[in-house]
Design a protein around this ligand. Structure first.
Ligand code: HEM
Length: 416
């Protein structure tokens, strides 16, 4: 299976020049050197370990989930543009996780200009993803030109937050503390310039890799829940009598996790980005010889919808993940987080966040599309812009209490 082969330690595929995009900055995601990757990855595996995620990062997230509910309540039943709301939630939560600083977009209900600019810059970069040398040239010779300047602003923004974080000297349990520790630990082994590039690369990787992926996943799951009320109801039934802040219990709810898997399968946040290049001597993939220096990609969007791997692959069927396993023909084809030694370092954090946010929302609200809204447009307008961008998705969140009250009122009036 191509997805697994791409990052198998058994072959010598390496990352393409796409990963040079933010040079001289580097990090576990941006380095193309395998030994350097192993060394840098250790820090991320430690920082985002299951233990740290459950004990440190997730308790911080609960505060942002509360802000998300307050935002929904403020809308008072008016349609909400889910794409914006989830972008604000994920950037606020990642700002806190990385720097111990809430970006407060949910609270203000407004974009931080720098985050909006970064999204626009990624949209611009998308069509020239495979010719990253054009982007590098533009970065080198026209850094102050329009959209390119916008891309740099998010980097400057992350660097400024990191500088503030270092200056404050505070000992915090955020991700920055791990990056700063590494910065100091490499003193004497690496030049100051290299250490600064690593510090900056780590901060940018954390904010972008952590937010721009969880954000489309949460938008897409809201779309599927509004589109498939029976599935939302099944999740609601599973949540009866359980503590929706208990991430261990949530990990074992079959329909909730089926909904998440189906969302990540049909709208994979990283649709095609992980490109690799073949070694100079070339290599075999099954019976196909691929010469050296060729870029290869296993596009998740296409593979995860294929009928070879999934029966009725284009349909949203959460049951295939628990009661209808015959509908998953090739299990290894499901790899929204990548696979092997380069797979997502934040997989556990992302899954726990998705389970917490979705279950807390389903427990409290019924999701519906506003009258006249063309729901199919969310999928029709889906774009691959480094990460996945669902089309604008408008949803009304009806509090379940008022639903219950309406039903009761109805009963009373029929009795009277
Ligand atoms: C639903 C959410 C997420 C999805 C689907 C996802 C998916 C992926 C994928 C496919 C890769 C491989 C990219 C490549 O090789 O080019 C990756 C790498 C990575 N992700 Fe995620 N990600 C998610 C959330 C997160 C979160 C919350 C973090 C936390 C900061 C994170 C941090 C990283 C890092 C550091 C890497 C680089 C790993 C390495 O090369 O060693 N991701 N992610």
């Amino acid at each position: 299976m191509a997805i697994v082969w791409l990052d198998s330690t058994k072959n010598e595929l390496t990352k393409t020049d796409w990963y040079d995009m933010v040079l001289p900055r580097t990090s576990t995601i941006f380095t193309r050197d395998e030994d350097e990757h192993t060394a840098r990855r250790r820090l991320w595996d430690h920082a985002l370990s299951v233990r740290n995620t459950n004990n440190i990062h997730i308790p911080r997230t609960l505060h942002h989930i509360k802000a998300l509910h307050e935002f929904i309540d403020k809308a008072n039943g008016e349609p909400i543009l889910v794409n914006d709301m989830m972008a604000w939630y994920t950037f606020d939560a990642m700002g806190d996780l990385v720097y111990g600083q809430d970006f407060e977009m949910l609270k203000t209900g407004k974009w931080r200009p720098v985050v909006k600019q970064q999204q626009r810059a990624l949209a611009l970069l998308a069509p020239i993803n495979d010719t990253i040398w054009i982007v590098r040239l533009a970065f080198a010779f026209a850094p102050f030109y329009g959209k390119i300047r916008e891309f740099f602003k998010i980097i400057d923004f992350c660097d400024q937050r990191m500088a503030e974080r270092i200056q404050s000297g505070a000992k915090k349990d955020d991700l920055a503390s791990y990056f700063i520790e590494e910065y100091h630990a490499l003193d004497g082994q690496r030049s100051l310039k290299e250490r600064k590039a690593l510090l900056s690369g780590n901060a940018v990787s954390a904010v972008i890799a952590g937010s721009d992926t969880t954000n489309p996943a949460l938008t897409a799951v809201s779309y599927f829940l509004a589109k498939n009320p029976k599935d939302a109801e099944k999740v609601y039934q599973e949540l009866q009598g359980i503590d929706v802040t208990d991430s261990i219990v949530l990990a074992n709810l079959p329909h909730l996790n089926g909904v998440i898997n189906e969302t990540l399968r049909l709208f994979p946040p990283a649709m095609t980005i992980n490109t690799r290049v073949t070694p100079s001597q070339g290599l075999w993939f099954d019976d196909t010889f691929i010469p050296g220096g060729i870029r290869v990609v296993a596009p998740k969007y296409t593979i995860m919808r294929s009928s070879e791997a999934f029966e009725d692959g284009a349909s949203f069927i959460p049951e295939r993940w628990y009661s209808r396993p015959e509908m998953v023909r090739i299990r290894a084809a499901f790899a929204p987080f990548g696979s092997g030694h380069r797979q997502c370092a934040g997989k556990h954090l992302a899954l726990v966040q998705l389970r917490l946010v979705i279950s807390s929302i389903v427990q409290k609200y019924i999701l519906e599309f506003p009258p006249g809204f063309d729901a199919e447009s969310v999928e029709k307008n889906l774009k691959d812009q480094v990460t996945c961008r669902p089309g604008p998705c408008w949803v009304v969140y009806k509090p379940r209490v008022s639903e219950m009250k309406r039903a009761l009122d109805g009963n009373y009036s029929s009795i009277i």
